[in-house]
Design a binder for this molecule. Sequence first.
Ligand SMILES: Nc1nc2c(ncn2[C@@H]2O[C@H](COP(=O)(O)OP(=O)(O)OP(=O)(O)O)[C@@H](O)[C@H]2O)c(=O)[nH]1
Ligand SMILES: [Zn+2]
Length: 361
Amino acid sequence: MPTRRYDERDVRIRPGRGTRPRTKIRPEHADAETALVTGVDRGRYAVLVDPDGPGERRATAMKARELGRERVVPGDRVDVVGDTSGDEGSLSRIVRITERRTVLRRTADDTDPVERVIVANADQLVVVTALADPEPRTRMIDRCVAAAYDARMDVLLALTKADLADPSELVAMYAPIGVRVVVTRTEGPRDERVIHGFDDLRAALDGRTSVLVGHSGVGKSTLVNALVPDAYRATGAVNDVTGRGRHTSTSAVALRVPGTDAPTWVIDTPGVRSFGLAHVDPTHLLRAFADLSEVAEECPRGCTHAADAPDCALDDWVTDAPDDETRDARAARVESFRRLLASRLGSGDNDPRESRETARP
Ligand SMILES: Nc1nc2c(ncn2[C@@H]2O[C@H](COP(=O)(O)OP(=O)(O)OP(=O)(O)O)[C@@H](O)[C@H]2O)c(=O)[nH]1
Ligand SMILES: [Zn+2]
């Protein structure tokens, strides 16, 4: 823990009661410090005060009453006041949430029909998928891609267990829609295991904040533990407060990846298998397909761009292609977009395992 520098905050001036009218929101909070929220557990927030600054330290915070019901999630940049020392038993207050660059919601499910924000300000969604054991599910990948594009995030597909199956089919399916792909495989006994492809993964994460999602057994923990060797010791702040073990928590946790030039974070999402799509607007999805987005400007007003949409300009664009090769390429592009578009509707679920798993809290 870095030693705290002495400054004006250490001089506590207590004006007598009633010298100033109490306003509901005190815009001054002039002594507020910036912090990054790294974890949440039962109303207590693990924060990193002055992240990447000279006074960086872990502390625990609660939400100030003035924030009301507004959710604070990992990845949020916040202002904190009060005892931000991070000393044992200290508690600071979050008084402001900085405007979010991106917002990722989790799926609504049986126990909670509302799609809630679970991560803020992430740049990239990393979908960890095993090539076998368990079998890859393209529908789940599509849903993640759609959610990420809607949130204006990039997508990285991390294909694990390449020792068990060939990745070429999945690579061919996702590379054309702007999804970066890395392929990994482990080799050797557990305690001296080598992960081939790990450098590619690290390079793809470097300098960014990435949310990792994946079904149980795909090898996500193997990757997280390699990226952040003391992953689940570093998040102790919240548990110090509640006395609960980290592994009982199902909320997202932000972990700093050591040894990188620019600040690099991964946000692990235990228990989260897919992301909310009910709010996704087709025009938001189109943003991720620059070429189609331009074509769709010619669509009738309110066009859904779906396969059955009347007079959709995307269909004309395919038909009017100058040659067969271009026509095939355009058709593949439109088909990929429509696949993502359809994935958000959630109906026609042909994979019963999937609906069961995403329904788990
Ligand atoms: N063959 C093979 N097995 C792997 C590879 N990566 C991980 N595994 C194994 O797959 C199993 C699941 O790996 P984990 O890292 O625990 O997977 P997880 O996705 O975190 O799963 P949960 O812990 O259940 O959430 C373990 O037995 C790993 O040893 C790989 O590249 N190839
Ligand atoms: Zn259209």
